[in-house]
Design a protein around this ligand. Structure first.
Ligand SMILES: [Zn+2]
Length: 331
């Protein structure tokens, strides 16, 4: 009874290692945000401490405690502020040395380990080199390349890829009660990331924000430089919000290129088809591709702490300008 959308191979592998008594001391689940790393890790933790059969039964007291994050032997550790700090790893080390409360193992899920400070990573490496016997560590990260190779090599790695869109859309209808059309749009916009799609289904603010980002983009296409810079001056500077904005823009420009290449059935932003087709008909593919590259570079730059406002000014400057004859519709 794994409550996971997609990733069947990972579920099979983890179930088998548990059934055969071949648990590793450390796992590393990698994949983009919202793809299902935390969900898979929590289900695995349930399977480890479950008292039912087959595990995880989702019914027994330990399974329910894990789901509520109240099981005394299962901890989800998240970065304290912007980074994972050495104190958090030290506390984990101290606790991990103690015998489990009620289960046979202690399970630690460490979210976003790519945000670990160098000191914290060194401390964690020591724990990985000599793990206390009954401890299972599950490290989560968007990309193994962002972690020290010494840590990666000591973990069993499972790389989670986006879930096939049809499978995700079906799960959104069957498990989450979404309308079919809504499920189709959310699956595509999420790029196959169930966590993102479910959050967007439950919280209308997510799709509202996306709508605003796309309205801004479509308006800016028909705006002059002064208007674009005015917009950049008022744009969010919070990095997470900015990342969402740029990811939304990147997906939209990818759709323009898909339509230009005759692959319009594959676009993500189904509800913007009219505007996308208008832009694809007018904007040369080479200009769309150049802007897409620039947007991806901006995403990279923001990860490396470049000035957010300046980066947006440069990016909007490079945006193609729609001739007046093109009418770009909102959503
Ligand atoms: Zn159970």
């Amino acid at each position: 009874m794994w409550n996971v959308i997609g990733h069947e191979w990972a579920v099979r592998l983890l179930s088998a290692s548990l059934a055969d008594g071949r648990l590793s001391h450390a796992y590393l689940f990698t994949g983009p945000p919202g793809v299902g790393k935390t969900t898979l890790a929590l289900n695995f933790a349930q399977a480890i401490v479950c008292e039912g059969n087959p595990p995880p039964c989702q019914q027994c007291a330990p399974c329910r405690q894990v789901a509520r994050l109240t099981h005394p032997d299962v901890r989800l550790v998240e970065a304290d502020g912007a980074t994972f700090k050495i104190n958090q790893v030290r506390e984990l080390e101290r606790e991990a040395a103690l015998a489990p409360h009620s289960a046979r193992h202690r399970v630690y899920i460490l979210a976003e380990t790519e945000r670990m400070s160098r000191e914290a990573a060194n401390a964690l490496l020591k724990t990985l080199e000599e793990p206390p016997e009954p401890v299972v560590l599950i490290l989560l990260a968007s990309d193994a390349a962002l972690l020290p190779p010494t840590i990666v090599s000591r973990c069993q790695g499972l790389d989670l890829r986006p879930v096939p869109l049809r499978e995700l859309a079906r799960a959104l209808v069957e498990r989450e009660g979404a309308e079919p059309a809504q499920a189709e749009l959310l699956a595509r916009v999420s790029g196959g990331r169930p966590g993102w799609a479910i959050t967007a289904l439950r919280d209308p603010a997510v799709m509202e924000a996306r709508g605003r980002h796309l309205d801004d983009l479509q308006r800016l296409l028909a705006s002059d430089l002064v208007e674009r810079w005015e917009w950049a001056a008022g744009a969010p500077t919070d990095r997470r919000a900015l990342r969402e904005l740029l990811d939304t823009w990147v997906a939209w420009w990818r759709d323009v290129l898909l339509i230009a290449a005759g692959q319009g059935d594959k676009i993500a932003n189904l509800d913007r088809r009219e505007a996308l087709e208008a832009v694809a008909a007018w904007c040369p593919a080479v200009a769309a591709r150049a802007f897409l590259t620039q947007a991806l570079r901006t995403v990279q730059g923001l990860a490396q702490n470049v000035n957010a406002r300046l980066a947006l000014e440069v990016l909007t400057m490079d945006m193609p300008t729609a001739p007046e004859i093109v009418r770009i519709h909102g959503g």
